[in-house]
Design a protein around this ligand. Structure first.
Ligand code: AMP
Length: 397
């Protein structure tokens, strides 16, 4: 292990900068209220441990995409309120993440007290990984703790720059847990190791397919991207999603027989229009007609994929199998979620990553039946692509 965790550091009486990913969805109209507090709840274990061990905790996070200055709709104030409710103690507040914290009471914190800083991204220097800004963030702290897995693929000031100005740095439990699960799946998977890749576009998933090709035994492909593969095979795909400039890549992936076997669906649910109520039917992938749009994988594919999934010992899933937001085209995605739940019950390790597959999983009500549901969409994808995460590298000693 190249990095320390909070268990390796004595935090008692020390000012601990705790970088969390509290980037939760808020209503778009004032008063801005939290619509899903999953990320806040996911941060509690580390926060509680630091409080119990007598640290003076200073919480920092980003929220949304402000344009480099304060904006009420991106304030962390509602997050502070919810977090205080969840931990059952008050959280002091600093209206600015730099300069102000001293004034606003970092100096008054007693052991076990908590203070939250306003949105880091109210300063454009955060995303620029500005060195002077990083130094300012580090000015009032003794220890840096990163538990923001969802932001660890970004070399930002509070993730990367700050680590150059602190003596002690460590990972929190959420970050460690993510790295343990994803790392074990990639580097020492129990076999068979099956990866399921879906989603809208092949362009965002090429690197992950190429990387997993070297690690997994089978890759199941679904979602909108499957049609670019069919096009590459010379099939008619009607009005289905197509990335013209990715046909060559798809062809190369099909022709490359090294590494994991690539399995494409054999049938698809097609619709007359891109609408939930549209006329629909199931056809084999060889028989997609003009004027029809591929919306989901069909029942034969579900059956085939399910068999492969139930034999697997390690399963990684990223990206829905169809347009799951429309109930009439959610069956493929829901069936894959059920197959993963059943595989978990049979002893497989099941890992779901990526914003949309996690949303689909929530819709299926089966999230609890997975071994691990990643809190970081972009970060988990980059990890599976085999990239080193800047936030993790920055924790190395
Ligand atoms: P991604 O963010 O790349 O994982 O893509 C997720 C999106 O892919 C979801 O919003 C799905 O509705 C969409 N998607 C899945 N299958 C299809 C399809 N056959 N046609 C168009 N969009 C799709």
């Amino acid at each position: 292990m190249k990095y320390k965790t909070i268990d390796d550091i004595d935090v008692k009486g020390k000012r601990v900068f705790l970088r969390l990913d509290l980037n939760v969805p808020l209503t778009t109209e004032a008063p801005y209220t939290i619509t899903d507090d999953t990320r806040i709840r996911a941060s509690l274990t580390t926060l509680r441990a630091l409080i119990d061990r007598g640290a003076k905790v200073i919480i920092a996070s980003h929220l949304g995409r402000p344009k480099g200055g304060p904006e009420a709709k991106f304030s962390l104030a509602p997050v502070r309120t919810r977090l205080a409710e969840l931990i059952g103690k008050p959280i002091a507040w600093s209206t600015d993440c730099v300069g102000k914290p001293d004034e606003d009471g970092v100096g008054n914190l007693r052991d076990g007290d908590v203070l939250m800083l306003e949105n880091l991204r109210f300063h454009k220097e955060e995303e620029k990984n500005d060195s002077a800004f990083s130094k300012q963030l580090a000015a009032f702290i003794d220890v840096y703790v990163d538990d923001a897995f969802g932001a660890s693929h970004r070399a930002h000031a509070s993730i990367e720059g700050i680590t150059h100005f602190v003596k002690e740095k460590a990972a929190g439990y959420l970050l460690k847990n993510e790295l343990d699960y994803l790392g074990a799946a990639l580097n020492e998977p129990k076999r068979p190791f099956v990866a399921i890749i879906g989603g809208a576009k092949i362009s965002g998933k090429i690197e992950v397919i190429e990387s997993l090709r070297k690690k997994a035994d089978t890759i199941l492909i679904g979602g909108g991207m499957m049609f670019t593969f069919y096009k590459a095979k010379g099939l008619e795909i009607g009005g289905s999603l197509l990335e013209e400039d990715k046909i060559a890549v798809a062809k190369a992936l099909i022709e490359d027989k090294s590494g994991a076997e690539l399995m494409l669906p054999t049938d698809t649910v097609v619709a007359r229009e891109f609408k939930n109520e549209a006329e629909k039917k199931t056809v084999s992938v060889e028989h997609i007609e003009r004027g029809w749009i591929g919306m989901d994988i069909g029942p034969n594919s579900i059956e085939q994929f399910r068999k492969v999934i139930l034999k697997a010992k390690t399963i990684v899933w990223n990206g829905p199998m169809g347009v799951f937001e429309m109930t009439n085209f959610a069956a493929g995605t829901m069936a894959i979620a059920q197959a993963l739940a059943d595989a978990t019950a049979l002893g497989a390790t099941t890992i779901v990553g990526g914003g949309d597959s996690v949303a689909a999983l929530e819709q299926s009500g089966l999230a609890e039946k997975m071994s691990h549901v990643s809190t970081g969409g972009g970060a988990s994808l980059e990890f599976l692509e085999g990239k080193e995460l800047p936030g993790v590298k920055a924790l190395e000693y």
